[in-house]
Design a protein around this ligand. Structure first.
Ligand code: ATP
Length: 367
């Protein structure tokens, strides 16, 4: 089922009568979510991710715009009638019910024509449990399960009604690091197996990048960029998106373009054909540095983090906006560092320029 958001907007009235300032939690969000895809809604706390999800679910009403499931306008439809499955951060299983009873619960609540005979309900519950691999735990109570198993029960409970759309709000944040990794792979597998259009909210860029077909990066209610994770990483539209994606994060420098050359400090570090003279922010991905004794960008070396095949050189530079400049380079290449400074040449496609006022991308021709 494709999901279409059309100029979706949510304004919350001010709680503070004096200031009278309303909060625009989601601002004019338009996007067609293709059928059967997994979409990651991504952004820092307060950017409007959950509000978007709640509007899609029907739990919150938009103040403007429309939502379509397929060709049907569902904007005015209540949450129960939208056919969505919802999984929240605190998955709130009923503690006094067994796993089986928890999963059966949404089916037992179906009314009228939707009501199923008992044997069919059981069949569906076991199918959902199998899909998330907890069918051997059906008689246990939630307190007798690990966090990851509890989260799977919550997913099975959301799947048992065979939703048209599955909505997941930070579903992994209560899990420890190992379980997070494992469960996110599970979510991806389940999504692929069922083909249910799934929208996944997270503030964790790595999580979103690793399992999403497409990501939507939001800031203060406004969509910044939509695209395949790698495409957004490789071609960020503004400084915010460039900084939000990537671990270690992008390195940002003060720079200046003069006569189609990019200067960081006094050094011309890269040719930037087609860019007018102007001050810029320069973003360089950690993998964009090539250790090169004759390279134009020289940093002061403060440490080397060994990461196996690669190493991360921790350096400083007076034009850097971050306390440290981190590069990821081949372990052999790093041997050229003389212990005090390290010089680099740059991979042009890993260098992004941004207008200093708008922070929007300034494009140059990469040869
Ligand atoms: P988080 O990751 O912290 O959950 P989020 O990106 O999901 O953040 P939302 O919960 O969608 O953000 O909130 C977006 C903005 O709307 C925030 O500024 C928030 O304070 C505000 N907001 C959310 N719900 C309400 C409400 N019921 N009344 C007033 N303001 C609200």
């Amino acid at each position: 089922m494709k999901v279409v958001l059309q100029n979706l907007t949510k304004v919350f009235p001010s709680r503070n009568k004096k200031s009278g300032e309303e909060v625009v939690a989601v601002n004019d969000f338009t996007f067609e979510i293709p059928d059967g895809k997994l979409i990651g809604l991504l952004g820092p706390s307060g950017c409007g991710k959950s509000t978007t999800l709640y509007m899609i679910s029907g739990l919150q009403k938009p103040t403007g715009g429309k939502i379509f499931f397929g060709d049907d306008d569902v904007t005015e439809l209540s949450a129960e009638n939208r056919g969505v499955g919802l999984v929240f951060q605190n998955y709130a299983l009923y503690p006094h019910l067994t796993v089986k009873q928890n999963i059966l619960f949404p089916l037992q609540n179906l009314k009228g024509a939707d009501k199923l005979p008992k044997n069919q309900m059981l069949e569906r519950a076991y199918e959902a449990a199998k899909l998330v691999q907890i069918d051997n735990l059906m008689e246990r109570k939630p307190s007798e399960l690990s966090g990851g198993q509890q989260q799977r029960v919550a997913i099975a409970r959301a799947l048992v009604k065979m939703p048209k759309v599955l909505l997941l709000d930070e579903p992994l944040s209560n899990l420890d690091a190992r379980l997070r990794l494992q469960t996110r792979e599970e979510i991806r597998r389940i999504q692929k197996e069922t083909g249910i259009t799934t929208i996944f909210v997270t503030h964790d860029q790595e999580e979103a990048m690793s399992i999403s077909d497409m990501i939507v990066v939001m800031k203060l209610g406004v969509v910044q960029q939509i695209g395949a994770p790698q495409a957004v990483y490789d071609d960020p539209t503004n400084l915010f998106v460039a900084k939000f994606l990537g671990t270690p994060p992008i390195n940002v420098f003060e720079g200046e373009v003069k006569a189609e050359k990019l200067y960081v400090g006094d050094s011309a570090v890269l040719d930037v054909p087609g860019v007018a003279d102007q001050p810029v922010y320069v973003g360089i991905r950690p993998e964009g540095f090539i250790p090169d004794a004759n390279g134009p960008l020289t940093c002061n070396l403060s440490g080397v983090d060994v990461m196996g095949r690669d190493v991360s050189l921790v350096t400083t530079h007076e034009s850097s906006l971050n306390p440290v400049v981190r590069s990821i380079v081949d372990a052999d290449a790093a041997k050229n560092a003389n212990g005090i400074t390290v010089s680099y040449s740059l991979k042009p496609h890993k260098v992004f320029l941004f207008n200093k006022e708008t922070e929007e991308r300034v494009y140059f021709e990469v040869k």
